[in-house]
Design a protein around this ligand. Structure first.
Ligand code: FE
Length: 339
């Protein structure tokens, strides 16, 4: 009874509930239970398609990554969840590190997902790629003035840079990979340079940072390209342009949204099959296109709007660095007062 009570309480506390208390029956049924930090409108089309194809039904909840992981941890063996879907390799790494996921040996997943986009221990797999790169004012900045993330620390960008807060995992992941690439002292110097160049206090999200560039408050910022895509859709005449950073060096910083089979999955085989299907071209284009991202499977082409931004070379550093060095990155940003 206690276990049931805990589960009911947890459900009541969850932001978006894709199934009701009757989901308790899911533990005994063949339905796959998914905990997703990816929003409902991004994942439901995939569940529906898979149900059509295979008859497998789903129950799911959506919430932010932190609460979902806390919930998995609290539920322990009693958890009804089979699969965790979340954004950012930092979060996937945390889930794995807390022992919430199990290793999946799958030749399909290994063939479909490049090795830098999945856990070296096979507990999670990247399913879409999000590129974090530079967006600049096309009417005030010449493309040739731009080169890399590091370059934005230079004196020529004094008072011209806008950044999103360091509290967001996206920037923690970016700085973590910089630490991995160039070492902590050099990365710290760069981030210190960024802070010295800020034209305004840090913004709460990528869209606000881009709007500040559009309005002339600053000339350049660093964002995930799908936010640029949304802004471009709303305002096709925007003065903002994308620039692919670090093409002569490390490549564009990429991150993933991805998934793993939970440690206490009640249907581990069915969960693995669904995860494998998510890596196939059929599912990959839905997974990526719904949010203007890139498929993790390199055989899948991006949507037309995304393809129009041009090709780029991505950083091939394993994205798990974002998790491994997250604490180091947070401390580093704190030291140089990047808020
Ligand atoms: Fe986002």
């Amino acid at each position: 009874m206690n276990r049931i009570k805990t589960f009911v309480t947890a459900i009541a506390a969850t932001a978006t509930v894709g199934f009701s208390v009757s989901a308790l029956a899911a533990e005994k049924s063949d339905e796959l239970v998914v905990y997703s930090a990816r929003k409902e409108h991004l994942i439901k089309p995939l569940f529906d398609l898979y149900t059509q194809k295979t008859g497998t039904k789903f129950r799911y909840i959506t919430d932010k990554p932190g609460p979902l992981m806390a919930r998995l941890e609290a539920e322990g063996k009693a958890s009804p969840a089979d699969l965790l879907i979340t954004v950012d390799a930092g979060n996937l790494w945390q889930a794995s590190n807390k022992g919430l996921l199990q290793a999946i040996e799958s030749n399909t997943l290994k063939a479909n997902i490049p090795s830098h986009l999945r856990d070296p221990n096979n507990t999670w797999y990247g399913l879409s790629v999000r590129a974090r790169t530079l967006v600049y004012a096309g009417d005030r900045v010449k493309e040739k003035e731009l080169s890399s993330y590091e370059d934005l620390a230079g004196p020529e960008w004094k008072g011209r840079l806008c950044l999103r807060t360091s509290k967001k995992v996206y920037n923690q992941s970016l700085v973590a990979t910089m630490v991995e690439r160039m070492g902590e002292p050099k990365a710290e110097e760069v981030v210190k340079g960024w802070v010295a160049n800020l034209a305004a206090p840090v913004f709460s999200n990528d869209t606000k940072a881009m709007k500040a560039v559009a309005a002339g408050q600053c000339d350049v910022t660093i964002v995930n390209t799908y936010y640029f895509g949304r802004l471009q859709k709303k305002n096709p005449d925007t003065n903002l342009k994308l620039f692919w950073a670090n093409q002569d060096s490390s490549g564009v910083h990429v991150n993933v949204s991805g998934a793993g089979v939970t440690r206490h999955a009640k249907h581990p085989e069915a969960a693995q099959k669904f995860l494998e299907w998510l890596s196939t071209p059929e599912a990959q284009s839905v997974f990526a296109d719904e949010n203007m991202e890139y498929a993790a499977n390199p055989a899948v082409k991006p949507s037309q709007q995304v393809a129009d931004w041009g090709n780029f070379r991505q950083d091939d550093l394993n994205v798990s660095s974002a998790g491994q060095l997250q604490a180091t990155a947070i401390k580093l940003m704190d030291r140089v007062r990047y808020n």
